[in-house]
Design a protein around this ligand. Sequence first.
Ligand code: SAM
Ligand code: SF4
Length: 336
Amino acid sequence: MTRLYLPLLRDPLVDPFARTIRYLRVSVTDRCNYRCSYCMPEALEDQMVFSPRSAVLTFEEIERVVTVFARLGVRKVRLTGGEPTIRKGIVDLVKKVANIGGIEQVVMTTNGHLLAELAQPLRDAGLSSINVSLDTLDAERFRRVTGRGDVTRVLAGIDAAVAAGLRVKTNAVAIEEINGDELAALCTDAWARGAEPRFIEHMPMSDGALYDAGRGISSAAIRRALEAAFGALVPAEAARDGGPARYWDVAGRRVGIISAMTEHFCDDCNRLRLTATGDLHACLGHDDATSLRDILRTGGSDDDLVRAISASVSGKRAGHVFAEKPPTKHMIGMGG
Ligand code: SAM
Ligand code: SF4
């Protein structure tokens, strides 16, 4: 591929540990219509400062940044939040990003609350795959976990997404009191709907404020519970799909596990994260960030963006240190 930028001594998207970035996660808002207990509980609301609209990247700014990333080699973009579906015009943004030369996959992570209405328009706009958060199938528990969610809407959203032809994965943060007794049921339900269930290990964000190591269910314990219910888990042929999950086949079905804590996958990390306000984070587990918005809003050139991206990538750490030092940043601002 022709590089259009000033020569740098190294590929700007290869980090000091020889990992190549191909995947950009873009948070399109730091706001959310839910208040999940492990992410942004009602009790933290007073301490949260949501960004004013003027601080948030416009669609044109997002398009420009993604275009630069695409020229450098990024192929996959995930739109996330906060809750991406509450950003006005989200379908247009999907279309804009999907039309950027070089971008092969535009995908989204959502709580699913608005998905029943949006699934088909998102698919038509070029979205290929969607991850829907679903921690429990129990309506009362779901409301308690999400603060204000409605599980019937989310299930209808999953069904609409499958019907629209999207690849659908469900995400459950595995926490004993939320879904310790539902791991198998979450799989059975997802499979019946034509979705792929996934489990995520609970990660300590917000300075560890919402974290209690004893409550999270480890990947090994998740696998044991699933094996007890369904029989042997066999590593899937394509055990990774360019994201953090490891996939397993069980009884002819597939399940994904994101072992962020106990079997972390930092060695082959291929991702960067852009927040709604334009901060580029090289790692979810560290607080340092580079403002691309400052460059965009002070007349910076694409070469200036490349230099900032390159500096961020060259500062990418070997791995997270969640257990020793959780980041102070909040998951709601990072998008997972
Ligand atoms: N609002 C969207 C949603 O809920 O899917 C997108 C943003 S949300 C921050 C992205 C993912 O991060 C969700 O699947 C959510 O369950 C997960 N998540 C939030 N806080 C987490 C934590 N502390 N540890 C692990 N996963 C977390
Ligand atoms: Fe909102 Fe998603 Fe965080 Fe829940 S996990 S509070 S839905 S951003």
